[in-house]
Design a protein around this ligand. Structure first.
Ligand SMILES: NC(=O)c1ccc[n+]([C@@H]2O[C@H](COP(=O)([O-])OP(=O)(O)OC[C@H]3O[C@@H](n4cnc5c(N)ncnc54)[C@H](OP(=O)(O)O)[C@@H]3O)[C@@H](O)[C@H]2O)c1
Length: 325
């Protein structure tokens, strides 16, 4: 097969497009002929060597294609070996493309429990863009955040890839959505996806502005993909919840403990999602016929380095997708 492989860790030139052996398919696994693979920031961390593995390695967590043994069109859940618990993954959990060859290839082998029917309304590129961001957003909002219809939710960093899924899913679930962004364009994009409004996090005192935007009482739920715990907690109503799954703005938080416990707040971590979360996310997508993931750029597989350069350059809108054939 043709594939993009890492023979070392480091810069973009480590992504080598070449002929590679077809994947070995253990018992209980299936072979998928990939039509598209979507990029995530996580792929750049893999290339940089954040998750060292035996090389060569095919990176890539997100993919959609045709299951070779049945001919079924499928999307791939990149959470490998989640385990039996719904609360958290088991000790064997890892992400496809970290240590197991991933989706920057014509073929990928995955456990059978990780393939699911492709949503019919989506193109191959849109379907490939769905799994990692979609399952992360769904679990953050519902599996961990417990979001219910009628609740007020604040989503931090509206321009982010996962945030676009958060806004659309929360709106479809009947929540009132407010966002933060560094730009009016980011707020406008979120409003187009279903948000009621937003505030600029570049403005001093934005937590109070966000509370005012939502009626002044504070949010039932804050979803934080950026690492802004102190400001996020300041926007909660008493008893509110904050769900955290990203740290691209800050890796550490300085939180005042007394107001935290007097406020009876809940701080919840989440990462990726289980097969059950994924099935629930696909069900929600089926109930959103007009909605589709935003694909910003499609490039052929042999341009994986250009694709990761787009991610690392920042400022792109929508998912970057590699197509095969
Ligand atoms: N744990 C998991 O399972 C999991 C899964 C997926 C992603 N993640 C993590 O989630 C985060 C977001 O991923 P992504 O793919 O959506 O990233 P992304 O597309 O690069 O989005 C990042 C966004 O963060 C916002 N941002 C940056 N600094 C901010 C700040 N100080 N305050 C508020 N917002 C800020 C920006 O929003 P504006 O453009 O609106 O300013 C930016 O667009 C990353 O840290 C990623 O590693 C974790």
């Amino acid at each position: 097969m043709q594939a993009v492989r890492l023979h070392g860790y480091g810069g973009l030139d480590e992504l080598v497009f070449e002929e590679a052996p077809d994947p070995v398919v253990p018992d209980g696994w299936v072979l998928v002929e990939l039509r598209a693979a979507a990029l995530n920031w996580h792929d750049c961390l893999v290339r940089q060597g954040r998750y060292p593995a035996p090389l060569p390695l095919v990176p890539g967590a997100d993919g959609a294609g045709v299951r070779r043994d049945t001919g079924e069109e499928v999307v791939i859940l990149p959470s490998l070996w989640w385990g039996d618990g719904q609360e958290a993954p088991g000790t064997r959990f890892e992400i496809l493309g970290d240590r197991v060859d991933g989706t920057y290839a014509e073929l990928v082998a995955v456990p059978e429990e990780n393939v699911f029917p492709k949503p019919r309304a989506l193109s191959w590129a849109e379907a490939a863009a769905l799994p990692l961001a979609g399952v992360t957003a769904h679990r953050a909002l519902f599996g961990r955040g417990g979001l219910r219809a009628g609740e007020r939710v604040l989503i931090l960093g509206a321009g982010g890839g996962v945030a676009t899924f958060l806004v659309a899913f929360a709106d479809r679930a009947g929540a009132r959505v407010t966002v933060t962004s560094s730009s009016q364009a980011g707020i406008d994009q979120a409003v187009a996806l279903g948000a009621a409004g937003g505030v600029l996090y570049t403005d001093e005192g934005w937590p109070q502005a966000a509370r005012d935007e939502a009626g002044g009482e504070g949010f039932d739920l804050v979803v934080d993909p950026v690492g802004a715990w102190a400001d996020g907690i300041a926007t909660l109503r008493p008893g509110g919840r904050l769900v955290s799954f990203g740290a691209n703005a800050a890796e550490h938080a300085d939180v005042s403990i007394r107001p935290f416990y007097f406020g009876q707040y809940s701080l919840l971590g989440t990462t990726m999602g289980s097969p059950r979360d994924f099935r629930a996310m696909l069900g929600l997508v089926d109930r959103m016929p007009g909605w589709r993931p935003v694909v910003g750029t499609e490039l052929p597989l042999d341009r994986a380095a250009d694709a990761q350069a787009l991610l690392e350059g920042g400022g792109h809108r929508g998912k970057v997708v590699l197509t095969t054939g």
